[in-house]
Write a protein that binds this ligand. Structure first.
Ligand code: UTP
Length: 304
């Protein structure tokens, strides 16, 4: 009985998706449209992220939103007018597509008044999350649905406790774009023990080429640490700084481990990666792929 209570208290059921950033790398598209709503083929980027959370068993989703982010809420809500038009026309396929996003998960929203950084956005989730480990998925980071990452991270967290971050090997000359982990091997090939984290280090400062990517499974102790975290780089409260405190003192909230991801990932907040995501996912789609691949082959051979 005691064991059951402990197990249910530690089960991961909630996902937090910070989506309150300004998206300045994508201006002017993001002047009045959230970058998370930009379509990747025919679905907004954020829908892939919510689908990923649900596939990993997390159907309670809290989205941290801000100014101009109303379309995010509308996308995951019913649109009765549109549904009625499609129903009257007898267009069942399109009706299903419209309803998919509103039937996906139990959605909750909290607003981050000022975008004071990713750490501050995560702190806005504290009242909803309570005292359980929870997942964080960045709204502009897209993990290919065929390369599961989050379910592996939740399994590692359940096995080892504490917090788990997602890491990816990147070319050393690009490490200054990411948070970077100092890590030691464990008995498992894809799991490392994290001892230190540095936000956007120079190539010379970087302790490794392991970059932090936008998936986390966090112990709730992170909230207390975030409350004490001073604004860091760029005047923002950095999640990496709070994780660094957890990694260097396991008495705060258990160890920090990293799952090293070798699959396909796109930063849809970056224009180049956004284009690559669309081309790749479109090529692989059963309905669009055959025609699109043929066109692309011709384009590449003639124009490039
Ligand atoms: P980014 O570093 O991509 O920042 O945030 P940004 O403001 O969204 O985009 P750029 O760099 O200006 O183009 C990483 C994630 O953290 C969220 C963003 O929405 C994104 O999912 N975030 C960032 C917040 O929710 N609040 C913040 O204050 C900052």
């Amino acid at each position: 009985m005691v064991l059951d209570m402990a197990t249910s208290r530690n089960r991961i059921t909630k996902a937090v998706i910070p989506a309150a950033g300004l998206g300045t790398r994508f201006l002017p598209a993001t002047k009045s449209t959230p970058k998370e709503m930009l379509p990747v083929v025919d679905k907004p980027a954020i829908q892939y992220v919510v689908e990923e959370a649900v596939t990993a068993g997390l159907s309670d989703v809290l989205m941290v939103t801000g100014r101009n982010k109303r379309p995010l809420e509308d996308h995951f809500d019913r649109n009765y007018e549109l549904e009625e038009v499609l129903r009257t026309k007898g267009d069942a396929a399109k009706l299903t597509r419209v309803q998919e996003s509103s039937d996906l998960a139990t959605m909750h929203y909290v607003r981050q008044g000022d975008p004071r950084g990713l750490g501050h956005a995560v702190l806005c989730a504290a009242p909803h999350v309570g005292d359980q480990p929870f997942a964080v998925l960045l709204g502009d980071d897209l993990i290919d649905p065929r390369d599961p990452l989050l379910s592996r991270m939740t399994a590692v967290q359940q096995e080892r406790g504490g917090s788990v971050i997602a890491l990816m090997e990147v070319p050393p000359e690009t490490i200054h774009l990411y948070g970077c982990a100092a890590a030691a091997p464990t008995g498992q090939d894809d799991v490392v023990r994290v001892s230190d984290l540095v936000e956007k280090p120079t190539e010379a400062e970087a302790p490794s080429n392991l970059a932090i990517i936008g998936r986390y499974v966090l112990d709730p102790a992170v909230f207390e640490v975030l409350r004490k975290t001073q604004p860091g780089r760029g005047g923002e409260i950095q999640l990496t700084d709070a994780l660094q405190a957890l990694a260097s003192d396991p008495s705060l909230g258990g160890p920090v481990h990293g799952v090293v991801f070798g699959g396909r990932r796109y930063d849809t907040g970056d224009r180049g990666d956004y284009l690559r995501a669309i081309v790749r996912l479109a090529c692989e789609r059963e309905d669009l792929g055959p025609d699109f691949r043929e066109w692309l082959r011709g384009y590449v051979s003639k124009e490039m």
